[in-house]
Design a binder for this molecule. Structure first.
Ligand SMILES: Cc1cc2nc3c(=O)[nH]c(=O)nc-3n(C[C@H](O)[C@H](O)[C@H](O)COP(=O)(O)OP(=O)(O)OC[C@H]3O[C@@H](n4cnc5c(N)ncnc54)[C@H](O)[C@@H]3O)c2cc1C
Length: 419
């Protein structure tokens, strides 16, 4: 019997899945195909230590947790999947067969939607090591102003690095506050306050309508929906990430622009919601069912989730005859910005209510809880992160929301429910 496991995507999820495959005792052939020409590297430092100049972009290589004894095909993109022939088409026109396949193609930065404007010199995104190295060079050249388009996690971290470097920075956020769409109004209020206190020119409730050039192919200014314009030669477009699913089009897998749908064992599903034999996936490319959060699958885009999904999918793909492992850990995320540590556990996107649980927004040390239908589903902490393991256990136990237990350091103000 042939025994060839193919992993497509050679970054965090791909590497950790390969390690899990070998860790589960798989002794057959293992191939890893990756579009980027380099060994797997870590992305979180790109928007933090690399931009600030503490770490070189080239020093972000991911440590191997165990030998994977794989054939690495780097600088090679998968362009199509034939499930019947069990073959993947590659960017050099060749095809590679497999017995089992693990998809770990992650996500890419969403670019500015007007192609001619996105191509201007000085307009960039931040997803890859090359993006970070190039942006670092521009920031080190002391730009007169940086415009960050989008106040999500990456946008806030880029703005934070600009402030660290003494570069004047404007953040343009369509909603009323940064981080609002991810973490709700309380964290958003905090994020807006700290950014303004640190010197960010934060513009909320406005959108960028055009990136204008100087007549010579370079960015000159950013035009806004409120009629204003910001003169700048450097704009970092931080509009989120799109899962790399296009190469799976027409294969029969349940892929959509929101990601590849998998069950909680990492098995890729077909359009009817049935696991497809021998096809698994992990990381930012997936929307995965989570046992703790019944309902629509979660697309987490978190480092720790990619690691856990890869460990589960890697173990399951290696042992097809055995009972499947399931993901169990709650989604979790961390961010460093403006000198504060922000951490999240759970699924805030499920929440219908939020409440301040500890501390105060004004003090810059607090915990926000997120509830859905009377149950705690997530908690986010700013410089109060020692509470999160406790809330993790509460979420796993299905604790009531608002919480009924006594709390240390409860907020001085009454419950602060946000929409
Ligand atoms: C700037 C930045 C900062 C971040 N900071 C944090 C943080 O502080 N905390 C946190 O929890 N998470 C953070 N993240 C998210 C975290 O890095 C991701 O969750 C993680 O990288 C996901 O790993 P992945 O392997 O699934 O996907 P990716 O890292 O996106 O890797 C996918 C790989 O597949 C390759 N690929 C794509 N398509 C193909 C194809 N068709 N054929 C072959 N190869 C292909 C890609 O080139 C890429 O190398 C950050 C991400 C970025 C970009």
């Amino acid at each position: 019997m042939s025994d060839h496991i193919l992993i497509v995507g050679a970054s965090l999820a791909g590497l950790r899945a390969a390690e899990a495959v070998r860790g589960a005792g798989f002794a057959g052939r293992l191939t890893i195909v990756g579009e980027e020409p380099c060994a797997p590297y870590d992305r979180p430092p790109l928007s933090k230590q690399v931009l600030s100049g503490w770490v070189e972009a080239a020093q972000t290589e991911l440590p191997a947790l165990r030998p994977v004894d794989a054939d690495w095909m780097l600088g090679m993109r998968a362009t199509g999947l034939d499930l019947v022939a069990r073959r993947v088409r590659l960017s050099d026109g060749s095809r590679i067969g497999f017995d089992r396949l693990l998809v770990a193609t992650g996500a890419r930065a969403r670019r500015w939607p007007v192609a001619a404007e996105a191509r201007l010199d000085g307009v960039t995104v931040l997803r890859t090591r090359d993006d970070a190295a190039a942006l670092r060079v521009r920031l080190a050249a002391r730009p007169e102003r940086v415009v960050v388009v989008g106040g999500g996690f990456t946008g806030c971290e880029v703005a934070s690095a600009c402030i660290d470097l003494g570069a004047p920075v404007t953040v343009i956020e369509a909603l009323e506050a940064p981080l609002l769409s991810a973490l709700g109004a309380t964290v958003g209020r905090y994020a807006a306050a700290i950014q303004r206190a640190k010197g960010v020119d934060l513009r909320t409730g406005v959108t960028v309508t055009a990136l204008e050039d100087d007549g010579a192919g370079r960015l000159a200014r950013v035009r806004l929906s409120d009629g204003q314009a910001v003169e700048t030669a450097l704009a970092v477009v931080c509009l989120g990430a799109a899962p790399n699913v296009e190469w799976l089009g027409g294969s029969g897998l349940a892929g959509s622009p929101r990601g590849l749908h998998c069950d909680s064992a990492g098995r890729a599903l077909d359009a009817a919601g049935r696991p497809v034999d021998g096809i698994f996936a992990a990381g930012d490319v997936v929307r995965m069912d989570h046992p703790a959060f019944p309902g629509p699958p979660l697309r987490t885009e978190h480092w720790a989730s990619a690691c856990e999904q890869a460990a589960v999918a890697g173990a399951n793909i290696a042992r097809p005859g055995e009972p499947a492992r399931r993901i169990a850990a709650l989604p979790g995320f961390w961010s460093m910005q403006f000198g504060a540590c922000l951490k999240l556990v759970g699924a805030p996107e499920r929440a219908d209510r939020t409440a301040l649980l500890h501390g105060s927004v004004e003090s810059g040390r607090f915990v926000v809880g997120y509830g859905q239908a009377g149950r705690l589903v997530a908690a986010a902490a700013v410089d109060h992160t020692h509470w999160l393991p406790f809330y993790e256990a509460q979420i796993e136990a299905g604790a009531a929301f608002p919480p009924t237990f006594a709390r240390v350091d409860p907020p001085a103000a009454a419950w602060d429910f946000a929409p």
